[in-house]
Write a protein that binds this ligand. Structure first.
Ligand code: ADP
Length: 421
């Protein structure tokens, strides 16, 4: 997820009844890391944020930033054995800032959960049945759901009395029609193994498509938006009237755009070929496509800043990697234009989308006939805010809309647990 940004208004949160708790702790638990933010939903203020990395190693690190005025970033290094120890350390840091997890002001804990399958179309208060269902989805999300579950169970042990809410990365995409969600493979086999396109980054696509509508001064129901979430992982989505109708990631986050280390779309027969002809094992192919492909596989770097620096210096491999990245992006813009029929805006978000003007310019170049263009001066402006970068005459707005998955998770969590006004 991208770095914390200053407080933004929490417009979708319910007005708190006086005295009711308004804080939400957002937890994003990975296999060896926990990212967190504490937000106050009364005004959307961010109170603290941090990250525990390398859990289970000797060199674990906790970086904690109190976001109240005058708060200074603190760091702890040294072994943190497991997620329980990590969360305990986070709780201690929050307590030191007067924001402890035992505070009566804490309304809920919101957990990012990567895979919610088809069952979870909305944020959900976690109970034993929900835990069991997230567990049942481990075979389709073997890297993510187990880590999310550890984070949830640890938080539940810490505050068993508090509502814990799961916000699913897949939920926003459950509105995709079957024509977009089904792979064209044998139906019985697909259904028996729950093979279909689920999509990911849904929290970001939901937030950014809504913020884009707001930027255009319209309601989400009124606009069709192509969202390009370009981080280290990257995905595109086609959103019609606030509902997702297609997205580029599939059964797993491997499908779609060229990413930092993932190949994105590829002929599945390449995997047979690698096994039969190159003698690679299943796991080796998995690692190749997920960790050693995409930008890093093409040119040895997965940071777009470094790639652009090399391109400027005339490095041919970096230039080819950039061109392949842009070519794929452009294909998805065209495809989703066709899927939507009418497009009101194309929104760029996440680390690359928000910061790499060269990517935005190249992705839209040559698409004037589709009503798409970027104004060079507007595109060059560096700003943390949502903004339109297309010239006034363009039929389709091109926008930069910073994503904020933590705020979206906090909003959805709070909306579920706050007493109705
Ligand atoms: P994720 O959450 O998927 O890890 P982010 O959304 O934080 O990813 O994006 C990380 C990526 O953003 C980096 O790998 C880097 O390529 C890119 N990035 C960050 N800042 C810039 C910048 N100023 N210019 C170009 N690319 C940038």
């Amino acid at each position: 997820m991208t770095a914390p940004t200053p407080a933004a208004p929490a417009d979708s949160s319910r007005a708190p009844s006086s005295g009711a708790p308004t804080r939400v702790l957002v937890l994003n638990s990975g296999s060896s890391s926990v990212k967190y933010q504490l937000l106050d939903m009364e005004d959307g203020a961010r109170l603290a944020a941090g990250l525990v990395e390398r859990i289970g190693e000797e060199t674990s690190r906790l970086a904690h930033t109190p976001l109240k005025e005058g708060g200074e970033r603190r760091e702890r290094t040294g072994p943190i054995a497991d997620h329980a120890a990590a969360l305990k350390a986070v709780a201690e840091e929050l307590t030191a800032d007067g924001l402890g997890l035992d505070s009566p002001e804490l309304a809920a804990i919101g957990h990012r959960v990567v895979h919610g399958g088809l069952r979870f179309t909305e944020p959900t208060v976690i109970d034993d049945a929900v835990l069991a269902e997230i567990e049942r989805l481990v075979p389709v999300a073997p890297l993510h759901n187990p880590a999310n579950l550890v984070g949830i169970r640890t938080a539940m042990d810490l505050r068993p009395d508090l509502p814990q809410v799961a916000v699913f990365d897949t939920a926003f995409h459950t509105t995709m029609p079957e024509s977009a969600a089904r792979y064209a493979i044998d139906v019985e086999t697909a259904d028996a193994h729950r093979i279909r396109r689920y999509g990911f980054h849904g929290t970001s696509h939901a937030y950014v498509s809504r913020e884009t509508a707001r930027l255009l001064g319209k309601a989400p129901e009124e606009v069709n938006v192509i969202v390009l979430h370009l981080g280290n992982g990257a995905s595109a989505s086609a959103v019609r009237g606030g509902r997702c109708v297609d997205t580029s990631m599939g059964l797993t986050p491997l499908e779609g755009l060229v990413m930092g280390t993932r190949s994105g779309d590829i002929d599945p027969a390449v995997t047979f070929h690698l096994k039969r002809v190159a003698g690679m094992s299943e796991d080796e192919v998995d690692v190749l496509l997920n960790k050693r492909s995409g930008l890093i596989g093409l040119c040895g770097d997965n940071d777009m800043r470094e790639i652009r620096r090399r391109v400027e210096e005339g490095d041919e491999r970096a230039a080819l990697a950039f061109d392949i990245y842009i070519h794929r992006l452009k294909k998805y813009i065209g495809a989703y234009y066709a899927v939507l029929g009418r497009v009101d805006a194309v929104a760029f978000t996440a680390g690359v989308g928000e910061n790499a003007a060269a990517v935005r310019e190249a992705a839209v170049a040559g698409l004037e006939e589709l009503g798409l263009a970027v104004d060079a001066d507007l595109n060059a402006v560096r700003s943390g805010g949502a903004r339109i970068i297309s010239p006034e005459y363009a039929r389709v707005a091109v926008a930069v809309v910073p994503t904020d998955e933590e705020l979206e998770i906090a909003r959805q969590t709070f909306a579920l647990v706050a007493p109705a006004p």
